[in-house]
Design a binder for this molecule. Sequence first.
Ligand SMILES: CC(=O)CC(=O)SCCNC(=O)CCNC(=O)[C@H](O)C(C)(C)COP(=O)(O)OP(=O)(O)OC[C@H]1O[C@@H](n2cnc3c(N)ncnc32)[C@H](O)[C@@H]1OP(=O)(O)O
Ligand SMILES: NC(=O)C1=CN([C@@H]2O[C@H](COP(=O)(O)OP(=O)(O)OC[C@H]3O[C@@H](n4cnc5c(N)ncnc54)[C@H](OP(=O)(O)O)[C@@H]3O)[C@@H](O)[C@H]2O)C=CC1
Length: 284
Amino acid sequence: MDIKKVMVIGAGQMGSGIAQVCAQSGFDVFLNDMSEQALEKGMKNIEKLLMRAVEKERITETQKTDTLNRLHPSTTLTDAASCDVVIEAVVENMEVKAKVFAELDNITPKHAILASNTSSLPITEIAGATSRPDQVIGMHFMNPVPIMKLVEIIRGLQTSDETYQTIENMAKQLAKTSVEVSDLPGFAANRILMPMINEAVFALYEGVASVEDIDTVMKLGMNHPMGPLTLADFIGLDTCLYIMEVLYEGFGDSKYRPCPLLRKYVNAGWLGKKSGRGFYQYGD
Ligand SMILES: CC(=O)CC(=O)SCCNC(=O)CCNC(=O)[C@H](O)C(C)(C)COP(=O)(O)OP(=O)(O)OC[C@H]1O[C@@H](n2cnc3c(N)ncnc32)[C@H](O)[C@@H]1OP(=O)(O)O
Ligand SMILES: NC(=O)C1=CN([C@@H]2O[C@H](COP(=O)(O)OP(=O)(O)OC[C@H]3O[C@@H](n4cnc5c(N)ncnc54)[C@H](OP(=O)(O)O)[C@@H]3O)[C@@H](O)[C@H]2O)C=CC1
């Protein structure tokens, strides 16, 4: 399929990054969010990153303008009626995602592929909310999207080869490297990453070391670019908790139980960098 128009749903940290990369790669993009404010924030963020890329002489002023001209803010899902591919990046919650997919199924043209950037939820179940499970697929980008090279492509039980091929080609057009992953809890990336982050939270909870020292261990001891607690704040503690819950429920294995401290922080609204406080404090 020749992809011309794309809609990205959710203008948060992932959605805005995905929309930016799609527009920079020449696709016409609707960036959709139900909140006008979130949409404005997402668009401003993209503009800031493109301005920085011009300053660093990675792109020209004309390329920046062309990219911005290809990006269209949208607050109504019906804009998806003209799209070939939709990439959903709303909150990590099955009920919310299923509702969005059911609506998209009614709005989008018959040929359209519906992809989810979910970090852990079953693609097969998301596909079950539609009448086109063969055209539903996981397209899991890594954060920050403009920088990270990987995309996990997740096949649901009924995803067709044609859908897979189209999304694999699209990932190439976005200059990403893709890997094929089965639809099992946490896929590959978060099945490996999230238990490490959760263990770091347990180490803090049990008083093994301070926040800073736990991060220093992994940065200087293992050459990770960010310590696990900084990374958790960066990903969002709500997202980390949702993923641990999916792993715990999906495998029924106590090794995936979320650390009570992680849950406590999320309940307090300490969601990490995006809310100004997590394991660290941000801003003023
Ligand atoms: C949860 C999931 O489902 C899956 C996931 O995504 S898990 C998370 C995966 N991501 C990671 O593990 C990220 C780990 N961290 C890193 O790789 C690096 O710390 C980082 C790339 C984020 C930042 O790099 P750094 O060297 O520490 O900092 P810094 O020098 O400020 O940034 C390097 C570049 O990245 C850019 N950058 C940093 N944060 C960015 C962001 N949020 N968006 C876009 N660009 C960003 C900076 O602008 C900078 O670009 P320039 O070269 O133009 O200056
Ligand atoms: N954070 C990360 O590192 C990664 C996250 N992911 C996945 O990406 C998805 C998004 O995560 P992230 O960007 O971090 O989350 P954010 O909270 O930053 O963004 C989610 C956005 O979606 C909006 N939204 C919620 N419901 C709807 C809806 N029904 N229609 C349109 N917009 C909606 C939210 O608006 P409002 O705030 O107003 O509710 C918010 O702007 C999740 O599935 C997550 O698991 C994947 C890879 C990495």
